[in-house]
Design a protein around this ligand. Structure first.
Ligand code: GLA
Length: 731
């Protein structure tokens, strides 16, 4: 069992392969945090220190002991109102107008297997792979209970945390703020790695000092957002890709979130991950409960690279599900950048014909096939095939595509409604908007109230009616605006509940869809990577990484994405040049190398390519297929930081270290250019590797310690791929 409880000292210890997490119920019933970090043995309660601290209050039961203060002690789940003035994990608003919750230990339970969360995505594991600890805390006055949930995946070095808030009192309460994880560090200087961005430029890398004050990132947009990803690393100062202690906090949720970090007055650091407290005010009547989405914690004593690989494995094997979890994904040809709204059935069939010749597995008919939808101002909500535009039925179209040996996929945006749609004319109340106010539009569309079951059912039925017509094997699930006007017409609810209930509605829809079409591959999308999070990956094992398909920008976007998310989750395609988002032209080879750091596909009209380009493309596809398994499930190593280095470089290494694929994109070129040496990682030091292209052999140690010089060649953004295969003999 990875979890143990020491009766005498009331200490809980959670052990993973390389980390230890410890907490204790102290003499007053408070659950205090003791330690999280590299593996240790014994009780860590000696780490707690007690000093008389001015202006840090003391609970009454400690009597005259002024050295005991919640304001200074590390805690597991700090609630506001207990004399702890740091960021809190929980704020409960009581009917008497107070914001106070005094949580004390009541009981606990240790079980084999990983807990589940009702209505929410969460890490899953086989019974023998995980253990669960549940700790029940209660406020004796309001009878508010909190169940803290801990899941331990020992081998994976993963600890998950969640919380359930239950109102056992007879008065209505309101949850104003709730987190699923709080990490308190009693000492140390830390930095934070977070990933900010915007539409078409998501997940830029940012490293900042955690200084005194409260630093917050989050989303109030109803989705996890392009702007800040709900995943952060906290690293000891000076930590690198390969050295230093670092911690990850990944929120398994696709809606509003808030991450707070603070270096307090005593030099202690607190990090809290949970639901955003703005636009949130969740009422709980007697007996009702609220489940807080899970945070996945992980620790590495060997830098960010190892921490990333721990998350990659966890997300690939314990978040992503379904038939495609372990399968190499089909290579897609998507119609969006090939034709935008301007296509008909014949053109889609033409794409399929080209796809078959090139070795592409699937054609995806993107936006524009339904209702009145020749631009993005109308039609959302009317999920009826526009047979006039296609010139045939969906079945006829799909059959033709399939007749070339090519699979067929389709784009949908179920959460949306256009004001110019039959659905809106019939059910204006289905849209999220505030009565008496004009709605905020985004892409000239409104959002459907997915917190309401009848709204979801209506859309579900329409979409199933389409999917049932033909052999559809893939769905691109899109979501193209941020939410605003948080109000639910039917329930007469303001913002407090809708932000959360909406997200659970989306999950419910996805659950039902997968229940009905278990073999369907769903690719998530939200204007590219605006909802790229572990919550969505539970339903959609891949997500369109960004609407920006420019290979150079993608090096940066995919670099940031790689900190938590595996390559198998990253939708990446080769598109035409000049690139539609940046106007930049780079070679087909470079575009291919960059798209090969993901699920791979094309976003162009092959009919517009020259004969030579088509030949190159065929070779690119053959090459990708050869290494697709390695890319899907190999270990991922970042070899450079493209935000500061003159090249972007990354590599995949097979689990057994026998084979590796190294990728390099030159980002700078100058006169009389200096030489770039790329140092590899993850190889077996005393093994000999052969460069498949040149036949040249190297020791793993040489490749890792000294690296190899990249050629100095004229041209912008040149890319290189090196395949290394282990040779049985010595040099
Ligand atoms: C979003 C997606 C694109 C495309 C369009 C269609 O922007 O990210 O890939 O599907 O919508 O409208």
């Amino acid at each position: 069992m990875a979890i143990c409880f020491q009766e005498k000292k009331h200490i809980f210890t959670l052990q993973t392969a390389h980390s230890t997490y410890q907490m204790k119920v102290d003499d007053f019933g408070f659950l205090v945090h003791l330690y999280y970090g590299g593996k240790t043995a014994g009780d860590m309660d000696y780490l707690l220190t007690y000093y008389d601290r001015g202006f840090s209050g003391n609970p009454s039961e400690v009597k005259n002991d002024r050295t005991y203060s919640m304001d200074a002690l590390p805690q597991e789940y700090p609630a506001l109102g207990m004399g702890d003035y740091r960021s809190s994990a929980l704020i409960i608003h009581n009917v008497d107008g107070t914001d106070c919750c005094n949580l004390r230990y009541v009981s606990h339970e240790i079980k084999k297997g990983k807990y589940h969360l009702k209505g929410l995505p969460a890490v899953y594991a086989k019974e023998e792979e995980a253990d669960t600890l549940k700790i029940l805390l209660e406020d004796a006055v309001s009878k508010v209970q909190v169940v803290l949930l801990y899941g331990v995946l020992e081998k994976e070095d993963i600890i998950t945390r969640s919380a359930k808030i239950i109102n056992q009192g007879d008065k209505r309460i309101s949850v104003k703020k709730a987190a699923s994880a709080c990490l308190d560090f009693v000492d140390g200087s830390y930095e934070m790695l977070s990933f900010y961005g915007r539409h078409a430029m998501e997940r830029n890398f940012q490293r900042t000092e955690i200084a005194h004050g409260n630093y917050v990132i989050g989303s109030r947009r109803g989705t996890s957002s392009h702007q800040y990803n709900p995943a952060v690393m906290i690293a000891e100062k000076g930590a690198t890709e390969d050295t230093g202690k670092c911690y990850g906090m990944v929120f398994v949720y696709s809606g509003n979130f808030m991450f707070e970090v603070e270096n307090d007055q005593y030099g202690q650091t607190r990090a809290v991950m949970g639901l955003h407290s703005d636009l949130f005010h969740y009422p709980l009547e007697q007996g009702q409960e609220l489940v807080i989405p899970e945070t996945i914690l992980s620790y590495s004593g060997e830098g960010f690279g190892k921490l990333s690989r721990q998350y990659h494995q966890c997300i690939r094997e314990h978040i992503c599900r379904g038939r495609y979890r372990d399968q190499i994904r089909p290579i897609l040809l998507n119609s969006w950048e090939a034709a935008y709204f301007d296509f008909d059935g014949e053109m889609i069939v033409e794409l399929a014909k080209e796809a078959a010749e090139l070795g592409i597995d699937m054609v995806v008919m993107d936006d524009g096939w339904f209702g009145k939808r020749d631009d993005d101002n109308s039609g959302l909500g009317d999920w009826q095939v526009n047979e006039k535009k296609l010139g045939c039925t969906l079945k006829e179209l799909t059959d033709k595509v399939n007749s070339y040996g090519v699979k067929f996929g389709i784009w949908i945006e179920p959460e949306m409604i256009s004001e110019d749609s039959d659905l809106y004319r019939e059910h204006p109340d289905y849209a999220i908007q505030i009565p008496g106010r004009k709605p905020i539009r985004g892409r000239n569309q409104l959002v459907l109230d997915f917190s309401r079951e009848e709204v979801r059912s209506h859309v579900f039925e329409q979409i199933c009616a389409v999917l049932d017509q033909a052999n559809v094997e893939y769905i691109k699930w899109d979501m193209n605006r941020s939410l605003a006007d948080f109000y639910s017409m039917k329930k007469n609810q303001g913002q407090g509940q809708v932000t959360y209930d909406y997200v659970l509605g989306v999950y419910d829809f996805l659950d039902k869809l997968l229940g009905r079409y278990p073999d369907m591959l769903i690719e998530g999308c939200s204007g590219g990577g605006g909802r790229f999070d572990a919550g969505m990956l539970y339903y959609t094992p891949q997500i369109w990484c960004s609407d920006n398909t420019d290979a150079v920008d993608r090096v940066l976007i995919q670099y940031g994405t790689s900190f938590f998310y595996p390559a198998s989750a990253v939708g990446a395609h080769v598109s035409a040049v000049p690139n539609h988002q940046t106007g930049r032209s780079v070679s087909l080879h470079t575009r291919g190398v960059v798209a090969m750091a993901g699920t791979f596909g094309y976003e162009l009209d092959p009919g517009k390519l020259t004969k030579e380009e088509k030949e190159e493309l065929k070779e690119q596809i053959r090459h990708y297929k050869e290494y697709a398994q390695l890319i899907h499930s190999g270990k991922y190593y970042r070899l450079s930081n493209p935000f500061s280095d003159s090249c972007g470089a990354w590599m995949f290494v097979s689990e057994d270290g026998e084979c590796a694929l190294v990728n390099v994109v030159m980002l700078e070129i100058h006169g009389n250019m200096t030489v770039n040496y790329v140092r590899m990682k993850g190889l077996i030091p005393d093994a000999v590797y052969e460069d498949s292209d040149t036949g040249r052999c190297y020791y793993g140690s040489a490749l890792m310690e000294a690296g190899i010089p990249m050629p100095v060649e004229l041209g912008e953004y040149l890319a290189y791929q090196i395949v290394l295969k282990r040779k049985p003999d010595e040099i």
